[in-house]
Write a protein that binds this ligand. Sequence first.
Ligand SMILES: Cc1cc2nc3c(=O)[nH]c(=O)nc-3n(C[C@H](O)[C@H](O)[C@H](O)COP(=O)(O)OP(=O)(O)OC[C@H]3O[C@@H](n4cnc5c(N)ncnc54)[C@H](O)[C@@H]3O)c2cc1C
Length: 387
Amino acid sequence: MVDVVVVGAGPVGLMVAFELARLGVQPVVLEALPAPSLEPKANGIVGCAVPLLHSRGSYAPLGGRGRVPRPAPRFMYGGFPLDLRRLPDNPVYVLPVPQRRLEAVLAASAGVPVRRGHTVSGIAPDASGVTVSVEGPSGAYSLRCAYLVGCDGAHSLVRKAAGIGFPGVSDDGVVSRSAHVVLPRRALTRFTGRLRGPGGPYRPYLFHRTPHGVFSFARFGSGPHLLTTLEWGGSVDETVPMRVGELRSSLRRVLGVEVAFGAPPAAGGPYVLRRSTARQNRVASSYAAGRVLLAGDAAHVVAGFGGPLLNLGLLDAVDLAARLRRGDVSGYDAARRPFAERVLASSAEQSALLAPGPEVDAARSLFAASLRTEAGLRRVADTIAGG
Ligand SMILES: Cc1cc2nc3c(=O)[nH]c(=O)nc-3n(C[C@H](O)[C@H](O)[C@H](O)COP(=O)(O)OP(=O)(O)OC[C@H]3O[C@@H](n4cnc5c(N)ncnc54)[C@H](O)[C@@H]3O)c2cc1C
């Protein structure tokens, strides 16, 4: 009998393993992929997880600047730039780090071997533990554990097999397109790297709302820019694969001017090239069903603005590992699910604030007034920081 089996060696499963190992529990980690994924995903962690990672000795290995993390002077919310220096105890921390590096650092620090190429195909929970069915490289086998932690992502088999619902909405009125692109030098201002265009120049790392949609662009490290557009309404032929040219047309509609960007050279990839017509906003109906627990994207997916998901998932992992160590997970759902519900609500609020239309203009002017107060700014900063 194993104490804990963790399903999934994404950032959250690895953080659960890291924390358990730190507390003296050796879990078994099962991961379907034979090697770490190269898919480009998160570019950074935003929130309380940053100082927490520092307390675990992982800040410097993750590329954190300075001896200790410092609160971010600026961030954004709903397309509004936030001057967080106005808050006496600003809680917002930002650590730019590619997800691949986060996973590599957590895997190395945990020191827990990951069983790669081991796919969980079924679970049978009972009062004293969980029997896990696994398809491994040498064939099928089963494992018995006291607790099973599903960190197996948004399509979580563990969540479904445990009969836990995943209620929420698909934001299907919005088409989101993202790609890494090479912006021509003449499109950017010389020293500040702002994007030229009508009503601009536009700052990087912010969502910009125009009468026709939203766009953002940002550069992480020395690579190409990551450009994103959001458009409300309109139909998309899902059978046509996404191309950089489609994003160029979308930016032309949103910004009102053609920007002659191209795809980066394939050699430096893989790069982001995505279109989404159904942004998911869902939180598991419970994070626990007896001895089966959920953390990370298995428990919540949010069409997040500003990257809230890693923060949520890493903090789930830390909370859950401490409870597993004590052998009492009864308070986990009540402790962690409200944070995901709050991120879900803030995502809906930001989506509503970014939508086009004169009624949104009016709502935005009221929201701007609330941000000018310390209490309004604090509410938004606390939401971004998570807990
Ligand atoms: C393009 C993109 C950009 C993003 N940017 C950001 C950002 O800037 N900031 C941010 O906070 N978040 C961002 N996110 C979200 C972030 O990537 C996810 O929240 C994060 O990956 C969740 O980690 P996880 O460990 O919960 O799940 P995952 O990373 O999905 O890992 C789940 C793991 O479980 C494994 N698995 C699945 N099923 C099984 C099974 N049956 N048996 C064994 N193993 C299994 C999978 O192979 C996978 O390795 C981004 C996502 C995308 C797609």
